[in-house]
Design a protein around this ligand. Structure first.
Ligand code: FE
Ligand code: ZN
Ligand code: FE
Length: 168
C-alpha cells in the first residue's frame, strides 16, 4: 500500500481545499454556460442564463479576493463533481430535440449545478466562521445567497410554463 502524502491535516486545510474545488467548479460553469445560453429555447431562460453568467464571473472575482485575503495564490483543484454534473447536463441536452423538453432538461441540469454550489458555499462559509475569517464568511454568504436566488428563479421558470410545454 502506498501512502498518500498530501493528506488534509486540519480544518484550515479542508477549508482551502473546499475553496479550490469551488474555484475550479465556477470556472467549469463559465465555460459550459455559453452553450446552455445558445441551447435555451425560451427567452426568459436564455436571459436567466445570461444574467447568471455575469453573476458567476463576479463570484470568481470574489473568490480571487478571498485567496488574496488568505495570502494564497488563487488556484483551483479539478472539481470532479461539477465535471460529472455538467457532463450529464450536456448529454441530456443532446438527447432532447423538442424545444420544451430541451428547456426542461436544461433547467434540471442548471438546478443540479446550483445545488452543488449551495452545498459547497454553505460548507465553506461555516468553516470560515469556525476559523474566525469573518470577512471571508460574509463574502461566501453573499455568493451562497446568489446561488439560492438563481435556483429559485429556475424553479419559478420551470413551474410557470417550461415544464407545462414539455408535457404538451
Ligand atoms: Fe456560482
Ligand atoms: Zn467538487
Ligand atoms: Fe451558480
Amino acid at each position: 500500500m502506498t501512502q498518500k502524502t498530501d493528506k488534509v491535516k486540519n480544518l484550515e486545510e479542508l477549508f482551502v481545499d473546499t475553496l479550490k474545488d469551488i474555484y475550479d467548479a465556477e470556472q467549469q460553469i463559465v465555460k459550459a454556460m455559453p452553450k446552455m445560453i445558445e441551447q435555451a429555447q425560451a427567452n426568459e431562460l436564455k436571459q436567466g442564463f445570461k444574467d447568471h453568467l455575469e453573476v458567476t464571473n463576479q463570484q470568481i472575482v470574489r473568490l480571487n479576493k478571498i485567496f488574496e485575503e488568505l495570502k494564497m495564490p488563487a488556484k483551483g483543484k479539478r472539481c470532479k463533481g461539477m465535471e460529472g454534473i455538467l457532463k450529464e447536463g450536456d448529454e441530456a441536452m443532446q438527447e432532447t430535440l423538442e424545444r420544451g423538453v430541451k428547456d426542461a432538461a436544461l433547467i434540471a441540469a442548471a438546478q443540479k449545478v446550483e445545488h452543488y454550489e449551495i452545498a459547497s458555499y454553505g460548507t465553506a462559509r461555516t468553516y470560515a466562521q469556525m476559523l474566525g475569517h469573518q470577512n471571508i464568511a460574509k463574502m461566501l454568504d453573499q455568493t451562497a445567497k446568489e446561488e439560492g436566488k438563481a435556483d429559485k428563479q429556475l424553479t419559478t421558470l420551470a413551474e410557470s410554463h417550461i415544464n407545462a410545454r414539455a408535457k404538451a
